[in-house]
Design a protein around this ligand. Sequence first.
Ligand code: SP5
Ligand code: ZN
Length: 349
Amino acid sequence: MRIVHNPDHHRHQGRLEMFRGRLVPCHETPARVDHVLAELGRRPQGPVVLPDDAGLDALLARVHAPRYLAFLGRAWDDWVALDPANAALDAIPSVWPVRGFRADLEPDNFAARLGLYSFDAGTPLTAGSWAAARAGAACALTAARAVTGGGERQAFALTRPPGHHAGADFFGGYCFLNNAAVAAQALREAGAARVAVLDIDYHHGNGTQSLFYERADVFTASIHGDPRTEYPFYLGHADERGAGPGLGHNLNLPLPRGTGWAGWAAALDAALAALGTFGADACVVSLGVDTYAGDPISGFTLDSADYTEIGRRIAAALGGRPCVWVYEGGYAVDAVGVNVVNVLEGANA
Ligand code: SP5
Ligand code: ZN
């Protein structure tokens, strides 16, 4: 399995996120990737390579809205232009256009633009966020190319910030560019007629779902904490099954907070059966390990050994079809290295 490592990930380093009326230290930290890389040093799963961004910008424009990409590309400079002192602060949204407001017009005011293109106050935009996110999307593209003519059956995009909460024109949930969607789109364009995205992060992959909701060529499945109580709250229910040509091509498997291995594994088997019925030629796995019992912001109770079995079951169900693994969440920093590498080892076996 080829590992594509984002060398620029540390350039995105948020300081504080809003939580229950307080600004608390960001959970989504550079150490999350550093620990996975260190564990891969101890238990290698394949060559570690750098991303190649050839063709990336054109591909990004087929996944995200051009005006959103243009906004992200210059957002930091716009923020600092407001006041040079802003260079020492992160930009955090505080105003949003909810139902009934105009989303077609891009305001001149920076704070208003920041809110137009986001959905929470937990995702600070920093000096290096764009560079890190763009290099991360390049990792996803490079991983997709590795399994489509690159001589590999599986590849892992080892990157942050994560991506599955980012939609066509919004960031949030620590995500800016949807790396899994970039990989899925790249697999489609390389000739896979039917692509599945399996999202096993604790949180519903709202961005991925919304990007492919009306498409019949990409099946999306997500196993996650029930949005009645769990972030991102406003999407991820079982009755969301796709729309138009995509009807029947989205599967949500929400589970109650407190779910352990038995309940989670049953949902995994159901998702894998659905992927088989769909007839996917290739697969993208949004690999969050925030389903771990020790995760500080999540509510499932998987243990480290369970991750090996997850990798094994997914690889067995794919039966040799190309698979791109993409790193998403996982905030128990001291355990994410072991848990992620356990998945990859199970998948490689
Ligand atoms: C990619 C991903 O896993 N994104 C998750 C985003 C969750 N953001 C909201 C979480 C708020 C949790 N704050 C908990 C503080 C406990 N001390
Ligand atoms: Zn998550």
